[in-house]
Ligand binder design. Structure first.
Ligand SMILES: [Zn+2]
Length: 292
């Protein structure tokens, strides 16, 4: 299978004991799981893109991370070095949504153009403007990240999208999933053969999916969609979006990449560096050397 892009998932932090009920709707009193924090690196066609950029372990980002129980944080320079690249090499960053662990480190990628749904940005501004008793709506977001994103727009480095957009880079499409996990969530579809009817597609689901069980339920021979445990939007829309995701990869749910899924490392070639950074390799383009 010819790959136009190499794809890696890099783990930069983790929560050792996250309640399963936060990840799978209704999974109460079923214990905890290890929750990795990752971003995706996509290299090809003269570009290096990321899906989400992690968070920076300082100021309110560190407060939120500590509150959610995250540890073992590594800065992008250290993480990307395991792939042989530097933060300055990143040309495009697709922000699936504004939660701190996805959008909390814009400042470490000085040469990237960032992509976000217009609705994601405007609704967080709206949520910030509400009275204090509505503060649950702000869960998981660092207001300073919203300001930094506006600053990107001012500097000509932000692309605000309203809905879907094809071929943002060759073979890479953005799809809106509004009013699901967040107001303006989006996911990224990569057609690694560049074909419109791709037989080699990958989906980067942001937090529309946390674990495989969200897409297949608990019984392998009788699959069902079970929404995620944390959403400010509609569970109905989440379930219908899951159908979209599965169709987007021709039913091969292993190609719907959930960056909080700890078992990715067992599904694809993976390497744990001595510093604790993990790199999992989803695809390798021609002339590219393995990082695992
Ligand atoms: Zn999230």
């Amino acid at each position: 299978m010819k790959n136009n892009y190499s794809i890696w998932v890099a783990e930069f932090a983790n929560v050792p004991n996250y309640p399963l009920s936060g990840l799978i709707y209704g999974a109460h009193n079923q214990g905890v799981v290890r929750l990795p924090y990752c971003y995706v690196v996509i290299k090809g066609h003269g570009h290096i893109a990321m899906v989400d950029v992690g968070y920076n372990h300082k100021e309110y980002g560190a407060v939120l991370a500590t509150m959610y129980g995250a540890r073992d944080w590594h800065p992008p320079r250290e993480v990307l070095a395991e792939i042989g690249i530097a933060p300055e090499d990143i040309t495009h960053a697709f922000l699936t949504h504004a939660h701190f662990d996805h959008m909390g480190n814009i400042e470490d990628f000085p040469n990237a153009t960032f992509y976000i749904q217009e609705r994601e940005l405007s609704k967080w501004v709206w949520a910030m403007s509400l009275e204090r008793r509505f503060r649950w709506l702000m869960a998981g977001v660092d207001p300073a990240d919203i300001l930094r994103t506006v600053e990107l727009a001012r500097n000509g480095r932000l692309v605000c999208i309203d809905g879907d957009r094809e071929d943002v880079l060759p073979g890479i499409d953005i799809h809106a999933a509004h009013d699901t996990h967040t107001w303006g969530s989006m996911y990224v579809r990569l057609r690694n053969d560049l074909s419109p009817n791709s037989k080699n597609a990958w989906l980067f689901a942001g937090d529309l999916v946390y674990m495989q069980e969200n897409l297949r339920g608990y019984k392998p021979d009788d699959p069902e969609y079970i929404p995620i445990g944390f959403a400010s939007g509609s569970q109905l829309k989440l379930v219908m979006t899951m159908e979209e995701l599965v169709k987007g990869v021709d039913g091969d749910i292993n190609r719907v990449i959930a960056i909080h899924e700890d078992r990715l490392k067992d599904m694809f070639p993976s390497r744990l560096a001595p510093n604790g950074v993990r790199v999992t390799q989803l695809a390798l383009a021609d002339n590219e050397s393995s990082r695992v």
